[in-house]
Design a protein around this ligand. Structure first.
Ligand code: SF4
Ligand code: SF4
Length: 321
């Protein structure tokens, strides 16, 4: 069982305005990015939030990431009410949203800027802001080369609305070949616009020439079936160490977002493995509290230690072959 949950990762929506070619939403095949037909269309609701936070296993100062495997949290039209509900049920939680920032109405950005949770400093309680990570991978002439369909003017307008209304904004810049020459210029712009921090992340899929990938509205499903016969071990399982849990927009519960995206992977082996270790546990049909108290989680820990699946070795361990 998960007797204590310190980090909750919630996918508010599996919908998105963008067409980033490397996202689970898409299948890359021969320099074309197709729609992944397995991606579901779901949202978490205020009722789901009530279900999740009725669990006493979630600590008072829980860290909450609102960031999807397959969707952008701003795609959920009820995002503001959902966050109000989280703060009502866990007033000391710390909330962080990740978004491509190219969507959402002005009133939503104003409301997000004004949301306050409680924060403790020494013996005093203050009102704290939630944080929004703006995923902006370049400047006006480069952001859309990976963040396809994201309109620069809209991103800048949303950043201005949020920051000028008192919101805490951080700029997250994923570095690609096509934008690496603009890091310092983007950092200067971030400071000028009032972002609190600017930081870079490395792109993990740099084998692809993203600017030249074509976007198709067709669906494709390239089944890569070959068995990898990998060997490896997991020495540092993040789910166990950080006491994390992930709830996808479908309501399915996983220990982390990596396993959360595995059922939609185009590699059959990955999908079969995750099905084998995880039976469906869904908060749309069952209480979150009863799910996290199942003995299943101990079995999963044992499996990760003794016979880990490829996703776990890849994310939290080492291959030995
Ligand atoms: S913004 Fe995020 S969810 Fe949307 S396509 Fe890009 S990576 Fe995927
Ligand atoms: S990849 Fe596996 S070991 Fe790592 S956090 Fe997820 S479930 Fe745990």
């Amino acid at each position: 069982m998960y007797s204590e949950i310190r980090h909750l990762h919630l996918e508010l929506s599996s919908g998105c305005n963008a067409r980033c070619p490397g996202c689970t939403r898409h299948i890359l095949d021969n320099k074309v990015s197709y729609l992944n037909p397995l991606v579901p269309h779901n949202n978490l609701t205020v009722k789901d939030i009530e279900n999740i936070f009725s669990s006493t296993n979630i600590v008072e100062k829980v860290q909450i990431s609102l960031c999807g495997d397959m969707g952008d949290p701003l795609f959920n039209k009820d995002i503001v009410n959902i966050i109000y509900k989280i703060i009502e049920l866990r007033p000391f939680s710390k909330i962080c949203i990740d978004t491509n920032a190219g969507l959402g109405k002005e009133e939503v950005w104003v409301a997000l800027a004004n949301i306050k949770h409680k924060t403790v400093v020494g013996n005093n309680i203050f009102a704290g802001n939630l944080t929004i990570n703006f995923s902006i991978d370049g400047l006006e002439d480069t952001n859309h080369l990976y963040r396809r369909n994201v309109q620069w003017e809209k991103v800048m307008k949303n950043a201005h609305t949020f920051i000028s209304n008192g919101g805490h904004a951080d700029w997250k810049y994923v570095v690609f070949d096509h934008n690496k020459h603009q890091i310092e210029e983007a950092r200067d712009l971030a400071m000028k616009l009032g972002f609190k921090t600017f930081y870079t992340n490395f792109n993990l899929t740099d084998d692809f020439d993203f600017p030249n990938i074509k976007i198709s509205d067709e669906m494709n499903f390239n089944k890569v079936i070959e068995k990898h016969n990998y060997k490896g071990f997991v020495d540092d399982p993040e789910c166990k160490n950080e006491k994390t849990i992930y709830v996808g927009a479908t309501g399915d519960v996983f220990p982390c977002c990596h396993l959360g995206s595995a059922p939609y992977d185009n590699r059959l082996q990955t999908r079969l493995e995750v099905k084998e270790v995880m039976q469906i546990r869904n908060i749309k049909y069952k209480s979150f509290h009863s799910i996290v108290n199942e003995t299943f989680w101990e079995k999963l820990d044992k499996r990760i230690k003794t016979n880990p699946i490829e996703t776990c070795i890849q994310r939290c361990g080492k291959f030995t072959k």
